[in-house]
Design a protein around this ligand. Structure first.
Ligand code: 5GP
Length: 116
């Protein structure tokens, strides 16, 4: 598995490729998904190269808590007052395609459940 810094998201963090960034601070970055699955589809990523939730370390607790607060703030900023979904895919069976931890923030339409 490639180091997360080698992924497309590492390149977005380093501004080596463009992205439609909607939020940034010292710990995390949020940008619009290039292939949106809903009217609002934002990816929220830590700047630290973490592969996925399975590789979290105790020291990551604060950044993950911060990211959940920012997910809520971004959803409000996007006007998702009727609800939305935050999801993270982990590994092959989870459908993860980019091995840099990311939370999908999806909204702007009624989302079905269960997922496929
Ligand atoms: P995963 O399948 O790993 O949970 O999600 C990866 C997401 O990254 C997908 O929704 C895909 O559309 C998005 N994605 C892949 N490459 C790029 C890119 O270069 N730019 C942006 N903005 N999104 C990307």
């Amino acid at each position: 598995m490639n180091a997360p810094s080698d992924t497309i998201f590492g390149k977005i963090i380093r501004r080596e490729i463009p992205a439609n960034i909607v939020y940034e601070d010292d710990l995390c970055l949020a940008f619009r998904d290039v292939a949106p699955q809903a009217p609002v589809h934002i990816l929220l990523i830590p700047k630290k190269p973490i592969v996925n939730l399975s590789t979290l370390e105790p020291e990551d607790q604060a950044v993950l808590g911060h990211m959940m607060l920012m997910a809520s703030q971004i959803a409000a900023q996007e006007g998702l007052s009727n609800g939305y979904r935050v999801v993270t895919n982990i590994g092959e069976d989870g459908g993860q395609t980019v091995y840099h931890l990311h939370f999908h923030i999806l909204g702007g339409r009624a989302l079905s459940w269960p997922p496929g």
